[in-house]
Design a protein around this ligand. Structure first.
Ligand code: HEC
Length: 178
């Protein structure tokens, strides 16, 4: 009699435990899908070897940068204010020295396309990756924290780079957002 009571208690305990388990895995699944709803980062890859390119999400600190981070589209395309700022940023980071004041090429190539050395630069995500992490053929990384290993605060921010790209696209037939 005592024995069967004990096994009943044990059985109830097991049922209770498995119910608990189910609850937990349900919340874990909800937790795993939550970031998708709130904006998961697109898969950035390096231009050098197409390996995953990890960028700190905290650096995408403006509404436009956040939108780009989750969609890969540049919200500044066609935005006159962003385009004007982009031209200034292009000078600030010495892009002018190699690509010329109108980005039509000097030591470095013409950036207005439509024929790019790296075809992915016809998209805004691709051009972002190329400038952020550099190329194998003569251009170093310009992204903040990468441009100057001795100064983690030095380099272009995602928001600035999106403005630079909007300026480059303003002189081009390519919008990069298709
Ligand atoms: C020291 C010179 C130099 C500076 C400064 C420089 N670049 Fe470059 N850039 C190059 C060279 C050289 C290439 C070609 C590299 C290659 O073919 O791998 C290049 C390539 C590129 C490309 C790829 C073009 C294509 O045809 O696919 C983009 C986009 C670009 N640069 C943007 C920029 C921007 C934006 C800046 C400023 C933040 C900048 N570059 C600063 C020298 C420079």
């Amino acid at each position: 009699m005592i024995k069967s009571k004990l096994s009943l208690v044990l059985m109830l305990l097991l049922v209770a435990l498995s119910a608990c388990d189910k609850k937990e895995s349900a919340t874990a699944a909800a937790g795993a899908t939550a970031p998708v709803a709130s904006g998961k980062m697109v898969d950035f890859v390096t231009t050098q070897d197409s390996k995953p390119l990890v960028i700190d999400a905290a650096l995408f600190d403006t509404p436009a940068a956040k939108e780009f981070m989750t969609t890969g589209k540049n919200p500044y395309i066609g935005n006159a204010e962003a385009i004007a700022k982009g031209k200034k940023v292009f000078q600030l980071y010495s892009c002018t020295q190699c690509h010329g004041p109108e980005a039509k090429g000097q030591v470095g190539p013409n950036l207005t396309g439509p024929d790019y050395h790296y075809p992915k630069d016809g998209t805004n995500k691709g051009m972002f990756e190329t400038v952020w992490h550099g190329t194998n053929g003569g251009m170093g990384a310009k992204g903040i924290g990468l441009m100057d290993p001795t100064d983690p605060k030095n380099g272009i921010t995602p928001d600035e780079l999106l403005k630079v790209i909007s300026w480059i696209r303003s002189m081009s037939k390519v919008t990069g957002n298709e």
